[in-house]
Design a protein around this ligand. Structure first.
Ligand code: ASP
Ligand code: MG
Length: 822
């Protein structure tokens, strides 16, 4: 024997009801019992109509609509005209009874809990009756059961206020057993409703149909109870909050209760008691997807998986009430008095923490109760507050509780450590902590603003088989930015599949426009989206929006070369957002600000990565750090770090005059718009200062000895064309230098040199044996001499400029963050 229960949304319209009927028909065993709720939304509508009647608002139309809704369902489901007529008549009779009752209510302007419960009972009486009649007319034999015949309760009313009557289980069980002894057919049973010992209609409280089903299942010793909902089973988290929660195969009764207590809409805890005592398994199944296996809730259901926890949940809109003061230590029973005061106000205490010094006592309650709670507690302790033994009660609003739940944590050391470090890494501030002594849950109070982030961070941290998502915010969609987006698009399927890493671009800004999307911006259509939907670009607003969106694993990608963006870096890192950038302005400004950014990133547990600051995608900075972290000491760095200057000097020859090569490089787009920005050596100086700082030197830009290749008389010329002309007058000078080198069998290179805390950037002449001698085109080379690489330096060589390699370097940094947060 099995008991099935279908909730309101599974039977909200004719199509859904037919689907449920099809499910019922797959149960061959005649002794199957089906408990149903009212059709979706009907109970709420009945309450609303009563309220209208009380307030003298015309409710007649609403009642008619509700009646029409029921009749329409019948018409859609029953094809036999005569049968349809008969059943419609029964529906109409029930509605006219309802109308009479409403007339009474609106006349006396009063509706007791008892009357309201009776009004609500129409919902289930209609739905169960109609479904059983439909089954009969579709040739499935069954019997309609009005549960009031068998479920007996005390005389307490008030479902609308969350109060259900207490069931006399002994009496009820006997009545159900007797009933089943006489009736062997498929049963369609009203959920929710019962009858008091005085013969009045009572209810089991809102959402009470689950309880009805549980009572029946326990009474008949059913093999299992099936609760059919609109989800595939019990999920690891609320799908409205977490990207990809998954369905659990099984959970224990305790875990299910704990998950429900902490806001997951699994099953009402009290519902479970009857079946739990009989050890009857409960299956959560999906009426919209009958082939999904579902989740089983059973006694040893906690042990079926390897996972330490089963779910991550949240209780929103919490207030923290704090009782504090030196006097607390000496006042006996202060906690008892606190809880009595709260109980008096019918305030449910959700979480308690007390410091061992006994100075403070904190309770989390529903925010809706906060004002009343404070009033009563202040009142209770008014004498102590007056004598300053206790401070006036403080209330902190706009908080929520996030919790991890699972039996596995009993044996897993370090679960709370993992929880708090995951939250910490993402900058979620924890206001209070509690662990149930059952070791079934660990809860943390955080701000409502951090709720989504916290839940996602925890879900990611504990369900490692699941994908981690990086949330990107991109500023600058020039050549590098665009190439990066293309790379992400191309690589994403592999990352998702092989590395369980997902990347979402939540915000993009370019010079004119910016655009945000919580769902992620299409990598394919970002240009047209920005064009059509984008708002006016505004850097301050971009940063603020990014902070407010407050996503876990957020990363800012700065693909500009602006000073303006870097002025926000510190603030961004402070908000636990990582930064990846090829923009070298930040790291080559003052040493102090370089240090601050690095320290902030470290303190906040986020990454500040800039591999592409030097040598584009070549692994220079990461190599230096690998050497240092593994205990090596760097003695010397020699490098050609400007692709532009290397192009110029490797093409410069007796035939190709210096000014001509510069022009050629400019025309090919290898130089800055003004080639003097390359020739002045500052770009190389910035790069060597960054490398020197990585090695540990505290150098400023002014400490660097820079050879400026722009001749004196060319420096002040405003016009670029005019400068290019003037440069021709210096060809002889450059040719002399070149010839001198050539005569010695050497070549000119513009190199950076760092040794003994000093850095220099200058034109050097290198012999054929030197590694720089054969450096062609716009390549970069860096030679690192360290304790370990003393005789033969470590050399890294390759393309050191270009959108492709730079974007690839940025992408590699992004993936590095992905691996770090996993
Ligand atoms: N129809 C009732 C309610 O909405 C009972 C139930 O659905 O379980 O509360
Ligand atoms: Mg993960």
């Amino acid at each position: 024997m099995k008991v099935l229960k279908f909730g309101g949304s599974s039977i909200a319209d004719a199509t859904r009801i037919q689907r449920v009927i099809d499910i019922i028909n797959t149960y061959k065993n005649k002794e199957t019992s089906v408990v149903v709720s009212a059709f979706g939304g009907v109970t709420d509508e009945l309450i609303a109509i009563v309220k209208m009647a009380l307030m003298n608002v015309d409710y007649a139309k609403r009642v008619q609509e509700l009646e029409q809704r029921h009749l329409k369902i019948l018409t859609a489901l029953i094809s036999n005209k005569k049968e349809l007529e008969q059943i419609a008549q029964t529906v109409k009779t029930l509605f006219s009874e309802m109308v009479n009752l409403l007339k009474g209510i609106s006349l006396v302007k009063e509706c007791s809990d008892k009357t309201l419960d009776y009004m609500m009972s129409f919902g289930e009486r209609l739905s169960a009756m109609m479904i059983s009649q439909t089954l009969l007319s579709q040739k499935t034999d069954c019997v309609f059961v009005d549960a009031r015949q068998v479920i007996k309760t005390d005389n307490v009313f008030g479902a609308a206020r969350g109060i259900g009557a207490k069931v006399d289980l002994e009496k009820t069980t006997t009545l159900i057993k007797n009933f089943y002894a006489k009736n062997k057919k498929l049963k369609i049973i009203t959920g929710f409703i019962a009858e008091s010992d005085k013969g009045h209609t009572t209810t089991l409280g809102r959402n009470g149909s689950d309880y009805t089903a549980s009572i029946f299942a326990a009474a008949i010793d059913a093999k299992q109870l099936e609760i059919w909902k609109e989800v595939d089973g019990v999920l690891t988290a609320d799908p409205r909050m977490v990207n990809q929660p998954f369905v659990l195969k099984s959970v224990s009764y305790e875990e299910a209760m704990e998950l429900s207590h902490f806001g997951a809409n699994v099953i009402h805890p009290s519902t479970m008691t009857p079946v739990m005592e009989k050890n009857i398994p409960i299956w959560i199944k999906n009426s919209f997807n009958k082939n999904a296996i579902g989740t089983v809730i059973k006694r040893d259901g906690g042990k079926d998986t390897q996972d330490v926890i089963k779910g991550v949940t949240a209780i929103p809109k919490i207030a923290l009430l704090q009782l504090k003061g030196n006097g607390m230590m000496g006042i006996p029973g202060s906690s008892k008095r606190l809880f009595d005061a709260l109980a008096q106000a019918q305030v449910n205490v959700i979480l308690i923490t007390q410091a061992s010094s006994q100075h403070t006592l904190c309770v989390a309650i529903n925010q809706a109760n906060a004002v009343e709670a404070k009033r009563l507690v202040d009142e209770e302790f008014r004498l102590e507050i007056k004598s300053k033994e206790i401070d006036p009660i403080t209330i902190t609003n706009d908080l929520c509780i996030v919790a991890i739940v699972g039996e596995g944590m009993r044996s897993a050391v370090g679960t709370s450590g993992k929880m708090f470090s995951a939250l910490g890494k993402n900058g979620v501030n924890i206001i209070a902590i509690a662990q149930g002594s059952s070791e079934l849950n660990i809860s943390a109070v955080v701000t409502e603003q951090d709720k989504y982030k916290a839940i996602n961070v925890l879900h990611d941290a504990f369900f490692i088989s699941q994908t981690t998502t990086l949330h990107l915010f991109l500023i600058g969609v020039g050549l590098i930015g665009k190439t990066l987006i293309q790379m992400i698009q191309k690589q994403l399927p592999t990352l998702q599949e092989k590395h369980l890493l997902d990347i979402k671009i939540l915000g993009i800004s370019r010079t004119q426009k910016m655009y945000f999307s919580e769902a992620g911006i299409s990598t394919q259509k970002h240009e047209s989206i920005l064009e059509e939907k984008g708002e006016k670009a505004n850097l301050a607003k971009f940063v603020k929006t990014m902070k407010d969106m407050n996503y876990s694993n957020s990363v800012l990608i700065d693909c500009t070369s602006n000073e303006e963006v870097i002025s926000y870096y510190e603030e961004i890192l402070q908000h636990n957002i990582s930064i990846v950038t090829p923009n070298k302005k930040a790291n080559s400004s003052t040493y102090k600000s370089y240090r601050t950014l690095k320290t902030t990133a470290q303190q906040r547990g986020v990454k500040f990565l800039y591999e592409t600051n030097v040598g584009a995608g070549l692994p220079i900075i990461s190599t230096i750090n690998d050497l240092l972290n593994s205990g090596d000491t760097i003695v010397k760095i020699e490098a050609v770090l400007s692709g532009t200057l290397n192009y110029i000097f490797s093409h410069f020859s007796a035939q190709n005059k210096f000014s001509e090569v510069v022009l050629e490089a400019k025309q090919k787009g290898f130089t800055e718009p003004d080639p003097r920005d390359d020739l002045n050596g500052m770009d190389v100086a910035r790069k060597i200062v960054i490398l020197a700082r990585e090695v540990g030197a505290t150098l400023e830009m002014k400490d660097i000895d820079v050879q400026n290749l722009v001749p004196e008389d060319c420096r002040k010329i405003k016009d670029i064309e005019a400068f290019m002309l003037k440069l021709q007058t210096h060809n002889a000078h450059f040719e002399t230098l070149r010839k001198k080198a050539e005569d010695k069998g050497e070549k000119l290179r513009f190199a950076a040199h760092f040794e003994n805390n000093k850095a220099k950037v200058s034109l050097v002449s290198v012999p054929a044996s030197h590694p720089f001698y054969n450096l062609n085109g716009s390549d970069n080379i860096i030679s690192i001499t360290s304790q370990r690489y003393l005789k033969q330096p470590l050399v890294i060589k390759g393309p050191g400029a270009g959108a492709d390699v730079t974007a690839a370097g940025v992408f590699a940094d992004i993936i590095r963050i992905g691996n770090y947060v996993k």
